[in-house]
Write a protein that binds this ligand. Sequence first.
Ligand SMILES: [Zn+2]
Length: 295
Amino acid sequence: MRVLSILFLILGIILTAKAKINVVTTYPYIKSIVKEIAKDKVNISSLSDGKWDPHFVPERPSLAVKLRNADLLIINGAQLEIGWLPPLLKRANNRKILPGKAGFLDLSTLFELIQKPTTVSRAFGDVHPQGNPHFCLDPVKIPKMAEAIKEKLCILNPKNCSFYQENLKNFEKSWNKHLAKWNEKMKKLQGSSAFEYHRMFDYFFLRYKINVAGILEPFPGIPPTTSHLLELLKLAKSHKISFIAYAVYNPKDPVEFLSKKTGIKAFLLPHDVNSLPQVKDIYSLFDEIVRRLTE
Ligand SMILES: [Zn+2]
């Protein structure tokens, strides 16, 4: 009898585990938002590590396996994954999660992109051919993404829909409280000018009225040349530049060169969840950006 009940218990655990849908996200920030809405009702994993260059995630067989077993794939979109996701999707051969299917969600469709090029300059190696894809760094955009994720989860997993709805409501409330705090702290940087390595933080700077006076990369994805750095040096002499922003995967040398020559502070800012040890979720991503810029 005891053996039988243990068997039923094991069977129950297996069935419950199987009942959970598998959600795969391209980046850790999306995984963190899914976690806020779904909690432990779904299995969630991210393909990219937060410390990697989001434009070029290294191909690994384990990533194709994750995609093969996925019920839902959520991507950033706006061509941020164009350099690495298509071959993985091909290898995974999972029709459920292809664009246009129920198991696919592209977050970029929710927003109007900035910096849309008038002529596509992919010939130069431009990694932003459709416009700037780093909209996730505008904290005001996060609740809209959370809502789209909730809607998708409700379609694929209707029995937990009211649970997701409730979590979304709580998330929005809590997010707005954090947002008010970030807005207050960021006031002191309003109207200031900055350089950045890549056009990574433009949506964040736009939100807080920080002027991007120069980019170390001459084109998105193209490393700085000496002549371009000298131009920025000249610019820094005639304009007040408050700081230089760069991400963990950007080469440090050109940033340090500019910083030393001009005396402008360089700030390493997190660009995704897990890019720095203290950035463990979507809240601490913005906590840390704001803290580094304002303290
Ligand atoms: Zn980019």
